[in-house]
Design a protein around this ligand. Structure first.
Ligand code: GN1
Ligand code: MG
Length: 364
């Protein structure tokens, strides 16, 4: 939906929330790929209106249930933890306004907050990593299995890999033919899938935790001094493993350029950013993480980069049905960008591992 083009729909949605409608302004907001997001300006502040993508989130009510459970728990056990919950509708006290056309929610915009799209320095990486660590740490005594699974198998690498190989049979053969080098690289790194399976079958060393599952920097609110306020975008909060959050931070913070970059020469690994991610996460989670988890931080990055390369390439071969494409070959570029990043991570591994060991020792 283009909200600016449908002011009547937006008005009727907003009318069901406890906010004034006079002089309201609506504009598209943010850079997420899945949910459509708008910033609402009205006389008592700013709000974020989001339409949930139901192709992706088949049960939006699960998202609301999870947020309610976590909110209640944190209010009881950590009342000072800053948690942004969506408003409830006037009529049904629901976190979603719903109609045949879709599910919409309204969340207060935290005054004085900002979010950034690219990590520029170690301080930003530290703040962000600390916020994601804090979120999981505050929920360490909350039973993750009480949460609903909003996206089944979201970070199931085995399944993603199998979907990739199936798509090689059933997908767009012209695109597949032109991507042989990328396909061969993905196949050559299959040991990552096997290592991933070892992690998932070892609950003693790799316990299931409450994980965010989308730890890009824009999902952290910062104050005007770039200090972390809280994490946002809780749609993918589910039971999961440490590698999801740690790995997606490595995937999205280490390189000075994002998955969108077409000039792969610009892709690289910034060692001080790695150190800051580890420090930030350990500052909250060092007493919760097992030694096996701590020692596997670099591997977490491999899992997430590899999985994202597979997801983008699979979508390219499926004619972009999931992510869409802003230009022809967009998901091929993103997929091969992630392959270039994985190669860089593999090269930097010894240096990163040395820093990790140092940080593990310092944190004892
Ligand atoms: C999607 O919508 P957005 O940009 O927050 C995706 C993530 C990917 C990311 C890659 C639900 O996130 O898993 O890492 O794109 N989210 C979903 O840009 O598929
Ligand atoms: Mg998201």
């Amino acid at each position: 939906m283009n909200a600016t083009a449908q002011p009547d729909l937006v008005k009727s949605i907003l009318a069901d929330f406890p906010i004034p409608l006079e002089n309201m302004k609506v504009r598209p907001f943010g850079s997420g790929l899945i949910n459509a997001t708008y910033l609402i300006d009205c006389s008592n502040g700013q709000f974020i209106l989001q339409r949930i993508n139901q192709e992706v989130f088949r049960h939006p009510e699960y998202i609301a249930e999870n947020i309610r459970l976590i909110n209640d728990y944190l209010q009881r056990t950590h009342p000072n933890y800053f948690f942004v919950s969506p408003l409830t509708t006037r009529r049904h006290q629901n976190m979603f306004w719903r109609q045949d056309l879709g599910y919409y929610r309204l969340t207060p915009f935290v005054p004085g907050s900002q979010s950034i799209d690219v990590v520029e320095n170690a301080a930003e990486a530290f703040e962000s990593s600390q916020q994601f660590g804090r979120f999981t740490a505050r929920l360490a005594r909350f039973d993750p299995h009480t949460l609903k699974i909003t996206l089944p198998d979201f970070h199931n690498l085995r399944l993603r890999y199998n979907q990739f190989t199936n798509t090689l049979q059933l997908g767009n053969q012209e695109r597949i033919h032109a991507a042989q080098e990328a396909i061969q690289f993905i196949e050559s790194q299959q040991s990552i899938v096997r290592e991933y399976e070892k992690i998932c079958s070892n609950p003693q060393q790799y316990p299931v935790r409450v994980m965010h599952h989308d730890t890009k920097i824009s999902n952290v609110l910062l104050d005007k001094n770039k200090k972390g306020i809280c994490v946002i975008d809780l749609d993918t909060v589910m039971p999961g493993y440490f590698f999801s959050d740690v790995g997606d931070m490595l995937r999205t913070y280490l390189s000075p350029v994002s998955e969108e970059e077409r000039d792969f020469n610009k892709i690289g690994i910034r060692i001080p950013i790695f150190e800051a991610i580890v420090k930030g996460y350990f500052s909250e989670m060092k007493n919760e993480l097992t030694s096996a988890e701590k020692e596997s931080f670099v591997f977490a990055g491999k899992i997430l980069i590899y999985m994202q390369a597979i997801r983008f390439l699979t979508d390219h071969f499926n004619n972009d049905i999931y992510y869409g494409a802003k230009y022809p070959g967009h998901n091929f570029i993103r997929g091969t960008n992630q392959i270039a990043l994985l190669k860089k991570l593999n090269e930097a591994e010894p240096a990163l591992q040395a820093i990790l060991v140092q940080q593990i020792n310092d944190s004892k």
